[in-house]
Design a protein around this ligand. Structure first.
Ligand code: SME
Length: 157
C-alpha cells in the first residue's frame, strides 16, 4: 500500500472521486478500527484542508472524542446536545450552513463557521459520528453528505 495520498484539484465531486478509491484501499487493507478512523481524518484534512475532521464514538450515554485532525476539541458530548448530539439523537445527517444559527451549537473552535455531521449506524444503532468543520460559511451540501457516507461505508465496526 502506498502511504502517499494523491491530491487532486478541481470540483468538490472530482476531489471526492479521486480520494474515495484511495481511502477504500487504505481502509480495506487494515482491520484496526482506530488506525482506519485516524487515516480517514488525515486523508480528508489533506485533500480538503478543512478546519477540523474527526470522529466521536458512542460510549455509554455520551459521544467521546476519537481520532481527529485539527484544533483540540471538546471530549464529551451528551445525546441531544450540539449538532453532534442532535444528529446522534435523530440518527440523521445534519448540514449546518451557519453554526451561529444552529440553536445549541457547541463551539469547540471560534473559527468554525459551518459544519456537517454524519451518523454511522451498525444494525440500526448509532455507533459514531463523523464531524467536519469549515472556517467558511456554507461549505457543505448533499455532495459532501453522499460522498462522505460512501467513505464511512468502508469502515468495519
Ligand atoms: N460543533 C460540534 C461540537 C464538536 S466540534 O465542532 C469538533 C457540535 O455542536 O456538536
Amino acid at each position: 500500500m502506498a502511504e502517499d495520498l494523491h491530491i487532486l484539484e478541481g470540483s468538490k465531486a472530482a476531489q471526492y472521486q479521486s480520494l474515495i478509491p484511495q481511502i477504500e484501499a487504505l481502509v480495506k487493507g487494515e482491520d484496526d478500527l482506530i488506525a482506519n478512523l485516524a487515516n480517514i481524518t488525515a486523508a480528508l484534512k489533506q485533500q480538503f484542508g478543512w478546519l477540523w475532521v474527526g470522529f466521536y464514538l458512542v460510549k455509554d450515554d455520551e459521544l467521546v472524542l476519537g481520532p481527529f485532525q485539527g484544533p483540540i476539541a471538546c471530549t464529551r458530548i451528551k445525546k441531544g446536545r450540539g449538532v453532534c448530539g442532535k444528529a446522534w439523537a435523530d440518527a440523521q445527517t445534519f448540514i449546518v450552513p451557519d453554526v451561529e444559527k444552529f440553536e445549541g451549537h457547541i463551539a469547540c473552535s471560534s473559527l468554525s463557521k459551518s459544519e456537517i455531521v454524519i451518523p454511522i449506524l451498525m444494525e440500526n444503532v448509532v455507533v459514531a459520528m463523523l464531524d467536519v468543520d469549515s472556517e467558511h460559511l456554507n461549505s457543505y451540501d448533499e455532495v459532501d453528505a453522499n460522498h462522505l457516507a460512501t467513505i464511512l461505508s468502508f469502515i468495519q465496526w
